[in-house]
Ligand binder design. Structure first.
Ligand SMILES: [Zn+2]
Length: 491
């Protein structure tokens, strides 16, 4: 017992001394004793010292080799006992400023993302002007936030002229790409042509429209978001909807989505996946955003809600015909069983897609259906493991693959000399257990087992202390709850 107490005392003073590095921009930083996961799928290696200079990875070598650097006054950050991963890329994010009419000021979301190891987000539709401004502020380190790629959303059907006006305007504002959703075939074809002219990559949320993954294959869409268009393209005819089916009814929509994969013809599906691989259409499955469909109880009772759920989200998540995705007023055990089976077929399709050479990326779509920013992303990693991917592949999807799809494969997503210094220092081994990425207090652990938790997220070479950001989020939530007592989920 005495040894343990002494050890814990050592740990706490050790970390306390380092906390002062939070948000300190220095020209140089030396991350010492780093067990490095490069990101490309190869096993961990090290321990290395990572020498960061001007926000870039300048050198990386065995700890003993860099002894001379350790003796200088370069700021040092000790990663001993943990693992160092490339910064995560969240490919399906929506920056939000209020929920269910309740103000949700940043940095609530930014802190949750960074504290979860996310150094880059692809924003797929929010307040474009505000997000573009935050993108600049983040790049200049004026705010504490992940790096942003902004893809404004275009939803539904529009005339060609209206599309041109919108896309030209988004380009002028500085958009990095476009998000299309719920378009019919004519609109999609016209919009894709314009996107190409304006050199804007497209992320497509395909719904149940007359278009499907074959249209994405023809258009060279950058990513299919979620999944709908994929099994849809492999149906023999149309889905076997019951007579009362009304697509505008969200309960119907989510219920019968859970019966879609089983109707896909396996030969046709194979051709669709092949087609996606050949034309370079990547797949951003966001497995996590449908988890409530297969296990509502799990989603509702997420342990992080107690401290981190903003009252706006709490209100938004309640079953309601008015909030998108809050369809659970009529959810049944039968729906869950269908969804559990739905997931198994979806998992297999993802594995087949990857086996054929397809690019899978990682996104969370937080802010909907009981998924909280950052926490949803970390759960997505676990679901990709459940789909059959080794943790090293899961991490590759979150880093290398996502960077590649963003057109940043030569700068982001790897711990490699000459790359941007975006790193996650985690207190534990994610290859053994991806849940070491949860904050330390989420997993019930005691004494000697008290490992886990992301300690540091480094973006552009600037270290951010994850527990410090999480503490700030808990404070923000406390303050917001004072004015907005709802307590449907909490207590
Ligand atoms: Zn979304």
């Amino acid at each position: 017992m005495k040894t343990i107490a002494y050890f814990l005392l050592f740990i706490s003073t050790h970390l306390a001394a380092q906390t002062s590095l939070h948000n300190q921009k220095k020209d140089e930083l030396l991350v010492t004793n780093a067990m490095v996961v490069v990101g490309v799928g190869t096993p961990a290696e090290g321990p290395y010292d990572i020498h960061i200079k001007d926000g870039m990875i300048h050198a990386m070598s065995a700890a003993s080799v860099d002894a001379k650097l350790r003796g200088t006054d370069i700021q040092q950050l000790d990663a001993k006992g943990g693992y160092v991963l490339p910064g995560f890329i969240n490919m399906h994010a929506h920056t939000m400023y209020s929920r269910a009419g309740i103000d949700m000021a940043q940095p609530y979301q930014h802190y949750l993302w960074l504290a979860s190891g996310i150094t880059t987000v692809r924003d797929l539709g929010s307040d474009t002007k505000v997000t573009l401004k935050e993108k600049q502020q983040s790049a200049k380190h004026e705010i504490i936030a992940p790096r942003m790629f902004v893809y404004p959303g275009i939803w539904g059907n529009h005339s060609e002229q209206a599309l041109k006006q919108k896309i030209a305007e988004f380009k002028k504002q500085g958009a990095d790409g476009l998000k299309f959703g719920m378009m019919d075939r004519q609109t999609f074809v016209a919009a894709s042509k314009l996107a190409k002219e304006y050199k804007l990559p497209v992320a497509n949320h395909v719904g149940v429209e007359d278009m499907n993954a074959w249209d994405n294959i023809k258009a060279g869409t950058a990513t299919i978001e979620h999944w709908y268009g994929v099994p849809d393209a492999a149906l023999k005819g149309v889905q076997n909807f019951p007579p009362e089916m009304n697509y505008s009814n969200e309960l119907h929509r989510f219920r019968y989505a859970g019966r879609l994969w089983r109707e896909a013809d396996s030969d046709k599906l194979d051709q669709v996946l092949e087609g996606m691989v050949k034309s370079g259409v990547a797949w951003d499955p966001t497995l996590v955003i449908y988890e409530a469909s297969r296990d509502l109880q799990r989603a509702i009772s997420s342990p992080w809600f107690k401290d981190y759920l903003h009252p706006g989200l709490e209100k938004f998540f309640q079953p309601s015909a008015d909030s998108h995705g809050s369809f659970f007023w009529g959810w049944t055990s039968t729906d869950e069983v269908f969804w559990k089976n739905n997931y198994q077929i979806w998992f297999k399709a993802l594995r087949d897609f990857a086996d054929k050479g397809g690019i899978i990326t990682t996104g969370e779509d937080g802010g909907y259906i009981y998924q909280l920013y950052g926490f949803g992303y970390l759960r997505e990693l676990q679901l990709q493991q459940e789909a059959g991917f080794h943790p090293l592949e899961v991490l590759k999807h979150a880093t290398v693959n996502s960077a590649q799809v963003l057109g940043q494969g030569d700068k982001l997503g790897q711990i490699r000399i000459g790359y941007v210094a975006d790193l996650v220092i985690v207190n534990g081994n994610p290859m053994a257990d991806l849940s070491v990425l949860w904050p330390r207090n989420i997993k019930p652990l005691t004494g000697e087992e008290s490992t886990g938790g992301i300690q540091w997220t480094i973006k552009d070479g600037i270290p951010y202390h994850a527990p410090t950001m999480l503490k700030a989020v808990r404070e923000m939530v406390k303050v917001s709850r004072k004015g907005n007592p709802i307590n449907y989920l909490v207590d």
